[in-house]
Design a binder for this molecule. Structure first.
Ligand SMILES: [Zn+2]
Length: 290
């Protein structure tokens, strides 16, 4: 428990807080499999109805916006990935998986990874003590039952990493997290100065569809073709670096017709390069082995 105003804190307080979860050594490998120049990890957070549910909103309008993700977004995404033979990672809140078990079957059948994304897209930092752990364990059991294999990675809902999240990740024995932002390329998470062996596949709001296309209609939205330009620039730089291009999308966001044009063009563009398309788990394993 930290007390007092931030400007009053002694150095031990702010240094201890910063050091709790930190970036350690870079895990960008010297080479990628099969002589590929860069790695590409596409991810889809299948939140669907859990965003309004998490906020206690039961309006059929709000819920239908999430329903669109499973009903329209997911089939289009699976079709696009299949056309190019691309494996991806689907981060799925357990409640979303229980609402759409056929989607989980389809992810697995098509060779994609299913990974953790909370129970009902809860805000980790707002939970009473012990609840985050309980929900994470139940979510892991639920995904294991539906997908047939136990998840090995986590993306915290809303990238909300609490003081307990790392301990929960370690208890679950996960191989990677994908919620932090301290690098462009994978790195090892360090806790209180000690390397953890946990791979971080870093995310960024720049490489996320949600901020460009906000749910709130009063907030400005960016034209999809402009977003394509940003993502293409991110990819080009990752390719030049021999690093990782990681992208976070949501079926209920990117699945809309005008936006899907951008994703389709991006995938087509990237597929014309010498890249390794891989799930987040495969990227994490490769980086750790190097
Ligand atoms: Zn989410």
């Amino acid at each position: 428990m930290v007390t007092g105003q931030p400007f009053q804190w002694p150095e031990t307080v702010w240094r201890q807080q910063v050091d709790r979860v930190r970036a350690g050594r870079s895990l960008r490998p010297d080479r990628w499999p099969d002589g590929r120049q860069a790695a590409v990890a596409l991810s889809f957070d299948s939140d669907h109805e859990t965003i309004p549910l998490r906020d206690g909103e039961f309006s059929p309008c709000q819920l239908s916006q999430g329903e669109y993700g499973s009903r329209v977004g997911v089939p289009k995404i699976l079709d696009l990935l299949s056309t190019y033979g691309i494996p991806a990672t689907f981060f799925v809140p357990a409640v979303s998986a229980l609402l759409h078990p056929a989607d989980i079957d389809a992810y697995v059948r098509n060779g994609h990874e299913v990974a953790l994304h909370g129970w009902i897209h809860e805000r980790n930092t707002a939970l009473p003590a012990g609840v985050e752990r309980d929900l994470a364990l139940r979510a892991a059991d639920t995904l294991e039952q539906l997908a047939g294999t136990r998840p090995v990675g986590l993306r915290t809902p809303s990238w909300d990493f609490s003081a307990d999240t790392l301990a929960v990740i370690r208890e679950l024995g996960l191989r990677y997290d994908s919620s932090l932002m301290a690098d462009d390329d994978p790195y090892e998470v360090v806790a209180d100065g000690e390397p953890t062996g946990l791979v971080e596949i870093p995310v960024e709001w720049i490489r996320d569809d949600a901020p460009f296309f906000p749910r709130d209609p009063t907030r400005p939205s960016v034209p999809p073709r402009q977003v394509l330009t940003t993502w293409r620039d991110e990819f080009d730089a990752a390719y030049a670096d021999g690093g990782l291009f990681q992208l976070t999308m949501h079926p209920h966001v990117i699945g809309h017709r005008s936006r899907f044009v951008a994703l389709r063009q991006l995938v087509e563009y990237i597929a014309g390069h010498n890249v390794w398309f891989a799930s987040h788990a495969d990227v994490a394993d490769w980086c750790l082995r190097q």
